[in-house]
Design a protein around this ligand. Structure first.
Ligand code: CP
Length: 316
C-alpha cells in the first residue's frame, strides 16, 4: 500500500479489518515497527477523533507524531499550477511539499471542501499535490470527497458486532442539519461498503440528495425511508449537502431525523454515526442514548483502523 486516500489504495479490505481487530486485542504488538519514524498530521480544519486516534495509533507503533494546524499556524498555500502569487497565498505547494517530505516518513492531511465549486473540490488538489511532491506515503484524515479512516473503522464496527451467518442489511440514511456539510463521509461509507461486498446496502435520502454514482454504484437507492429501513440491521445516519445542486441545503425535513419509532420495522437495528452529531437535529437523544447506539464503539475503532493503516504503510 503506497498511500491511504481511498478504498482504491487498499489491496484487501479484509486484511486491514483483521489487522485492526488484532491491534484492538493487543495494541502494543508492533510497538517497535515505527521506532525512529516520524508522522506529520496537517490540519486545515477542526477535528477531535481523527486527530487523537491517529496520534494514539502512531504512538502504539512507536512513532513520533507532530500535529501542525496549517490553516492557523502555517503560510497560506497556493495550489494552482503556474499561479502568479501576487495575492493572499504565500507559499506554493510545490515548494512546501518536498520540505514536508524531508521532515516526515508518513504525512497525513485533513482538508475539507469549500462546497462552492464541485469540480475544484472533487479534483482533490491538496491530496494529489502532496502525493506528487512529497515523495512519502500520504494518508487522508478526511479530504474534500472522502473519509477512508472513518470508513475502515465503520466496516470494522459492523464486522465485529454482526454475529449472524447472513449478510447484514445496512441502511445509510440522510438526516437533517442546519448547515451545508460535505459529502465525504457518505461517499466514503458507500464506496467502502460496496467494495467490502459483505452487506446488503441501501441508501435513502430525499430527492435531490443523490450522491456521485462513482461511490454509490452497487447500492440500492430507495427514496421511501420507511421501506428502506424495513428489516435493517444497521442504520448509518449522516447529513450531506447536495451533490448535483452543489453544496446546497435542499431540505430540513424533521421527519428524516431517526427516532426510536423508526426501530420498530427494523431488525432491532444498531445506530451508527461518525460524530460529531447535532443531537435532536440529525439524530434523537433516545437513539443516541439507547443500547442500540454504536457511536462510541465506532469512534473507539478509529484507533485500530488508523493503526492498521499506518502499520501497512510502515512496511513499504
Ligand atoms: N468522525 C470524525 O472524523 O471526527 P472528527 O472530525 O472529530 O475528527
Amino acid at each position: 500500500m503506497q498511500h491511504f486516500t481511498s478504498v482504491h489504495d487498499v489491496p484487501a479490505i479484509d486484511m486491514l479489518v483483521k489487522k485492526a481487530i488484532e491491534y484492538k486485542a493487543t495494541p502494543l504488538r508492533d510497538v517497535v515497527l515505527g521506532t525512529g519514524k516520524r508522522i506529520g498530521l496537517l490540519f486545515m480544519n477542526p477535528s477531535m477523533r481523527t486527530r487523537l486516534s491517529t496520534q494514539i495509533a502512531a504512538k502504539n507503533l512507536g512513532m513520533d507524531a507532530i500535529v501542525f494546524n496549517i490553516d492557523k499556524e502555517g503560510w497560506a498555500l497556493e495550489l494552482e499550477a503556474g499561479a502568479v502569487m501576487n495575492g493572499t497565498t504565500v507559499e506554493h505547494i510545490k515548494d512546501a511539499a518536498p520540505v514536508l517530505g524531508s521532515y516526515f516518513d508518513i504525512l497525513c492531511v485533513r482538508s475539507f471542501p469549500g462546497l462552492q465549486d464541485r469540480e475544484a473540490d472533487y479534483s482533490e488538489a491538496m491530496l494529489n499535490a502532496l502525493k506528487k511532491y512529497t515523495g512519502i506515503p500520504i494518508v487522508s484524515l478526511e479530504s474534500a470527497t472522502l473519509h477512508p479512516l472513518q470508513s475502515l473503522a465503520d466496516v470494522v464496527t459492523i464486522h465485529e458486532t454482526f454475529k449472524e451467518k447472513r449478510k447484514p442489511k445496512v441502511v445509510m440514511t440522510w438526516a437533517p442539519h442546519i448547515k451545508a456539510l460535505p459529502q465525504c463521509v457518505a461517499n466514503s461509507f458507500a464506496e467502502w461498503t460496496n467494495a467490502w461486498g459483505k452487506a446488503e446496502f441501501v441508501i435513502t435520502h430525499p430527492e435531490g440528495y443523490e450522491l456521485d454514482t462513482r461511490y454509490t454504484s452497487g447500492a440500492t437507492i430507495e427514496y421511501d425511508r420507511q421501506k428502506a429501513l424495513q428489516d435493517a440491521d444497521y442504520i448509518y445516519v449522516k447529513n450531506w449537502s447536495a451533490y448535483n445542486d452543489y453544496g446546497k441545503v435542499l431540505s430540513t425535513d424533521k421527519n428524516w431525523m431517526p427516532t426510536a419509532a423508526d426501530l420498530l420495522s427494523t431488525n432491532n437495528a444498531s445506530i451508527m454515526h461518525c460524530l460529531p452529531v447535532r443531537r435532536n437535529v440529525e439524530l434523537s437523544d433516545e437513539l443516541l442514548d439507547s443500547k442500540n447506539s454504536l457511536v462510541t464503539q465506532q469512534a473507539g475503532n478509529r484507533v485500530w483502523a488508523a493503526q492498521a493503516v499506518l502499520a501497512e504503510l510502515l512496511k513499504q
